[in-house]
Write a protein that binds this ligand. Sequence first.
Ligand SMILES: [Zn+2]
Length: 298
Amino acid sequence: MRIGIDLGGTKVEAIALGDAGQELFRRRVPTPSRDYDGTLSAIANLVADIEEKLGRQGSVGIGTPGAISPRTGLIKNSNSVVLNGRPLDRDLTTRLGRPIRIDNDANCFALSEAVDGAAHDASVVFGVILGTGVGGGIVVDRRVITGRNRIAGEWGHNPLPWPRLDELPGPPCYCGKRGCIETFLSGPGMAHEFRNRTGRDLSAHDIVAAADAGDTVTLAMMETYEDRLARGLAHIINVVDPEVIVLGGGLSNIERLYRNVPPLIQRYVFSDGVATPVVRAIHGDSSGVRGAAWLWPA
Ligand SMILES: [Zn+2]
């Protein structure tokens, strides 16, 4: 049995998967706010719950924002700031009395879709999260590529490729740079752009709905969004050339992306043709927690 934990900013979700990936049990609890020891206890209690209910022990994988720094052994880059600077993997190993595996939430998403999701028949997969933030993960033969600095796939903080003059220097990003892909392609980035163009506030969800209803301002915005996404993905294809690209996160529910982005990608990739499918995640919001469980492969 594999247990996966998705440690989010607002909830901690746990899942138990059987050998064939079938869901045996699932439970979520609110994330203790600004309380590191409380977070460790919440995870330990979820694991104890599952094992008591199912009557057996499982492997434990954790998906979390940020990553364990190979330099310090401590969590870095997490937007759940209470985790930053903490040895989360060592502390959980002690609490749970067994080795655990931990990886970035975008990597867990990509792994879930590569193992038994939308990319289950591909050996090289790029998974993208388009949500409150923008992240990515690379999976090869059902293994996450973490990289020398544990930063592989962190595509959201590359600059937007082939920028137009009105895209420079780009919006400021919390990482300290300007014009990161995340500032253009995240939900808040979309809302920010709408405010700049119209002086009005609308959520990403409502912007998409307005475009679908034929509103010309939001329609033009969606076309720009698709072109930017195509430019960003063209870089990935030029470097990694994955067999498939899987989209997840709230904005991956935008139907028109799947029609409009692949032909746009062709304009930017250094190739005589691009056959890379861009597909929607199958497991939706469950990809993160399922991928955490799959950090322990067969
Ligand atoms: Zn950034």
